[in-house]
Design a protein around this ligand. Structure first.
Ligand SMILES: [Fe+2]
Ligand SMILES: [Fe+2]
Length: 474
């Protein structure tokens, strides 16, 4: 049976008139759906979920809400509108016309960047596969599935680029994106973090706050690319990504709020007392933040990187919001990088700015991470308690870059090795922490009801109340 592409796959790439692309997608789409059934959200494929679907890129069309069964979700292909006058915004090609096709000399690098980005999208769906079974509310269950279907759409976005611009290699890469699986011993996902299962909702909120935000910065850098179809694809993905980080920030905020209610009611900040009431204590939350923030920093790569320099020079991958920088060429400029001085402190090493692109992006990410932390701290202060959530030092627990594998504590101080081991045990989630968090993971599926460890949201989705039946279970 012929597929009506305009109907079945909402798109703004004139899919109905591109025979070659249609054939490629005819081949890929049933495999994608098999993957979704096998590796997507467990047990909820028949539930009616109140989901947002993009049917066009304009303000009206990109957020159509309605109850749908997830396998019936209309995964579409959308690129931001083309700007016919767009020129390369950085690097050696600065000011020249952007590329509508892949230049031969950048083909391998662009393919690798697209595949790496594409690989993270289905990976996170796989990581979160079992979470629905322990949802703290129908509102949260819906948000989980919204994130999942949109990560699925982001896979479509990257697969579209591979099919449309990379010929046979692209089609092969698109197949591989469905064959690698998170945590698979023989065929794992490309990046380490995306192979760790996410088994509890505190980790889910940490993932959407910290890891999806890494995604935001990667997409922002690719949205600057001289390869125009990639730039436009990433620009539209960013509009969806914003909701994922909203889920993370409000999720953690609601956990803080619930903890503060218990602290006020019991007039105690003793973790034992908080846990007796079924809430999550702030020191435990801090340990999860220490873990997630430090592992996400490594996703940006080495602080001095010749790959990053060549991506920038070529125009393949820029800095987030490139327009806000004064110098877009950075040919002779220098960057002062802090590196270990070998005596417990830091010294400045001056490197070419182009080699510092990962570090520049990482620092913007850190600033962005701090914003939510500041808001959470405001809640704590307003409730009259003396506790401050802190992002650990960017030198803490790093595995990549000049600060890798050094015994540094969350405040950034170098410790003796044995002291460091004790420190790690105290500042990262312990077995007991994880066991406690797991003990809280019991499904709450009555509309409007919340689990004991999280406060209700201030408002619902799309002007609905928090009590709205966001997921109709059958
Ligand atoms: Fe994504
Ligand atoms: Fe995301």
């Amino acid at each position: 049976m012929a597929i009506d592409y305009q109907q079945k796959i909402p798109n703004n790439v004139d899919l109905g008139n591109d025979r070659r692309l249609q054939r490629a997608l005819e081949h890929w789409q049933p495999r994608y759906l098999d993957w979704w059934q096998q590796m997507g959200p467990a047990d909820f494929q028949c539930a009616d979920v109140y989901l947002r679907t993009a049917t066009s890129v304009d303000a009206k069309g990109w957020a159509q809400f309605g109850h749908v069964q997830m396998p019936e979700y209309r995964w579409g292909i959308f690129l931001a509108e083309r700007d016919a006058n767009r020129t390369v915004g950085f690097g050696d090609e600065f000011g020249k016309s952007v590329w509508q096709e892949v230049p031969g000399e950048h083909r391998a690098v662009l393919r690798r960047l697209i595949v790496t980005q594409g690989d993270t999208e289905p990976a996170s769906v796989e990581q979160q596969r079992l979470l629905g079974l322990t949802c703290p509310s129908l509102y949260d269950l819906r948000n989980l599935f919204q994130v999942n279907v949109e990560e699925g759409r982001h896979l479509w976005a990257m697969v579209y680029l591979l099919h449309a611009y990379f010929g046979r290699d692209g089609r092969e890469e698109a197949e591989e994106l469905l064959h690698r699986h998170s945590g698979d011993a023989d065929n794992p996902r490309i990046l380490g973090t995306f192979n760790e299962p996410i088994e509890d909702w505190l980790s889910f909120f940490m993932f959407t706050y910290f890891t999806d935000r890494d995604g935001k910065y990667q997409l922002k850098s690719l949205a600057e690319s001289a390869f125009d179809p990639l730039a436009r694809t990433c620009q539209f993905m960013l509009t969806e990504e914003a909701h994922h980080m909203f889920v993370g920030e409000t999720g953690v905020g609601r956990i803080v709020k619930r903890c503060l209610e218990v602290m006020k009611g019991s007039k105690s900040d003793d973790p034992e007392v908080i846990r007796k009431a079924g809430a999550i204590d702030l020191p435990l939350l801090q340990r999860y933040i220490n873990f997630w923030f430090s592992s996400c920093l490594d996703l940006f790569g080495a602080d001095s990187s010749s790959n990053a320099a060549s991506y920038f020079a070529a125009g393949v991958k820029g800095r987030p919001d490139e327009a806000m920088f004064a110098d877009h060429i950075c040919k002779d400029s220098q960057y002062d990088l802090s590196v270990p001085d070998g005596a417990g402190g830091a010294r400045i090493e001056t490197i070419p700015t182009r080699n510092a692109m990962n570090e520049i992006t990482r620092n913007l990410y850190i600033e962005d991470c701090q914003k939510g932390v500041t808001r959470w701290n405001r809640l704590i202060k307003k409730a009259g308690f003396d506790f401050e959530i802190k992002l650990p030092s960017s030198r803490f627990r790093r595995s990549i870059g000049s600060w890798a594998n050094l015994p540094i504590d969350p405040s950034g101080s170098l410790l003796a090795n044995d002291v460091y081991q004790n420190c790690l045990a105290a500042v990262l989630p312990s077995e007991a922490d994880r066991a406690y968090v797991h003990s809280l993971m019991k499904p709450v599926t009555e509309p409007g009801k919340m689990a004991s460890w999280i406060a209700a949201p201030d408002r619902g989705i799309n002007n609905n109340t928090p009590e709205f039946e966001y997921v109709k279970l059958h």
